[in-house]
Design a binder for this molecule. Structure first.
Ligand code: AMP
Ligand code: GLY
Length: 425
């Protein structure tokens, strides 16, 4: 089979490595892919993930049997709709279903209409009205740009002055572009966060192993928000009892709501959850695999990934038994010094060839230049280890980070620390 994977980050590298395990796979094309993915797939670096016309043309010309659209942008732009139009089976939601991530106003209204537990909220398309509302609000409060904003469109002002700044930044200065035409202002919730990715064909749902992201740049969750500096799975806060509760109060109602709205969701639905004192609440939905959650979840998947993705596309997921490895996985992100602020690219990377069997290095921001792998992004690599225990996985992943060197290499030193404390309690 000829497969096509849209995207070029660590998540896509993890998806590609897993797809390759299926013996019927002949070729995988990655559009655009990256320097490290080039070892596992044929990268077409001049077709970007948002070049929908070119992607469709490429798929038609290269006898693609199945396509996986991984990032949010092409999903929101209707890449799956367009590939279906030319008869190519795909994994991923169509544009209508992708609104669950692409519009916070859509997803908040959906949750309200169908009684899915989430933070209470108001929507504004006028900055003056938003400010009037904020004058009497309780702080901290959460302000979100409506549209896609590279995970950065969420601000949490501590007082009215900061809230004024936040509204101005989003609605007037348009820091997130058109994404900020509307904003959601919502209640600040507290509690541990859990990420649950789930396979769904619109009706059946199979949640994957839960995970925990570490979003801040600095140790002990300090400093600016990033795309994610490391992950662990499973998430020890997510007990069997909470999983059962989420299935009944959040997962199944969300699928039913999307069907009722005429946009059944097929693909990977990502539930960003908070375990509040009043029970589990949805923070956000993503219409895709998380990054870097995928880099710890897929290594724990025992069942063949392509088989699952085909069952999602064919709406036969209910007939499939999906199995997971015991144990745990940890992923340490290696970033460029300066990220998430400005940073330099093009630093030559050296790799020692001594990785243990339970370790894999996923490439996020790398490219091949004159025969060398050089840095090409803020988040550069994700070093994942799988082991019998979380403690061992963390130890092995951190040890393996020493096998990579480049100028300005940065990583957090406390990934998994909170999770280990919960397990030791
Ligand atoms: P999001 O991009 O929606 O995942 O938000 C980014 C981060 O902001 C989340 O991972 C949470 O840590 C935080 N956040 C978002 N919404 C809320 C909320 N209503 N209450 C507390 N924290 C929130
Ligand atoms: N790790 C969060 C995300 O993928 O949006």
């Amino acid at each position: 089979m000829n497969l096509l994977v849209i995207g070029g980050g660590g998540r896509e590298h993890a998806i590609i490595k897993k797809l390759k395990e299926n013996p019927s796979v002949d070729v995988i094309y990655a559009l655009p892919g990256n320097g490290g993915i080039a070892a596992d797939a044929i990268c077409v670096s001049d077709i970007g993930a948002k070049d929908i016309d070119k992607i469709v043309e490429f798929a038609k010309n290269n006898k693609i049997d199945f396509a996986v659209v991984a990032p949010d942008d092409p999903l929101a732009l209707g890449c799956v709709d367009r590939l279906h139009e030319v008869g190519i089976p795909c994994f991923g939601p169509d544009a209508k279903a992708a609104r669950i991530e692409a519009s916070k106003v859509f997803s908040k209204n959906l949750m309200k209409k169908y009684n899915i537990p989430t933070a209470s909220y108001e929507v504004f398309d006028d900055s003056q009205k938003a400010l009037d509302y904020l004058k009497d609000a309780k702080f901290p409060i959460v302000i979100k740009a409506d549209g896609l904003a590279l995970g950065k469109g969420v601000l949490i002002p501590q007082n009215f002055a900061e809230a004024e700044d936040a509204v101005k930044t989003i609605m007037e200065d348009k820091a997130f572009g058109e994404s900020g035409n509307e904003i959601v202002i919502e209640e600040f919730m507290t509690g541990p966060e859990v990420s649950v990715l789930a396979f769904t064909d619109g009706t059946a749902i199979i949640p994957m192993v839960s995970s925990m992201d570490h979003k801040r740049i600095g140790d002990n969750d300090t400093g600016l928000n990033t795309g994610g500096m490391g992950t662990i799975a499973p998430n020890p806060y997510y007990t069997k009892q909470l999983a059962d509760e989420c299935m009944q109060t959040i997962f199944l109602p969300t699928l039913a709501a999307m069907r009722a709205e005429g946009c059944p969701f097929k693909g990977c639905l990502y539930f960003g959850l908070m375990m509040t004192p009043n029970g589990p609440r949805v923070i956000e939905y993503n219409c895709r695999f998380g990054d870097p959650e995928t880099q710890v979840v897929l290594p724990l998947l025992k069942t063949d990934l392509l088989t699952i993705m085909q069952a999602v596309e064919n709406e036969t997921l209910a007939q499939l038994d999906v199995e997971w490895h015991d144990g745990a996985a940890a992923c340490i992100i290696i970033a460029s010094g300066g990220y998430p602020g400005s940073y330099q690219k093009g630093k030559v990377m050296t790799f020692e060839d001594n990785l243990a069997d339970n370790v894999v290095i996923y490439h996020a921001g790398s490219k091949l230049q004159d025969g060398n792998l050089v840095t090409n992004g803020g988040r550069v690599l994700g070093v994942t280890a799988r082991a019998d225990s979380l403690a061992q996985a963390l130890k092995d992943a951190y040890k393996a980070t020493n096998s990579v060197q480049f100028e300005g290499k940065y990583m957090r030193s406390d990934i998994g620390k909170k999770a280990l404390a919960v397990l030791e309690d």
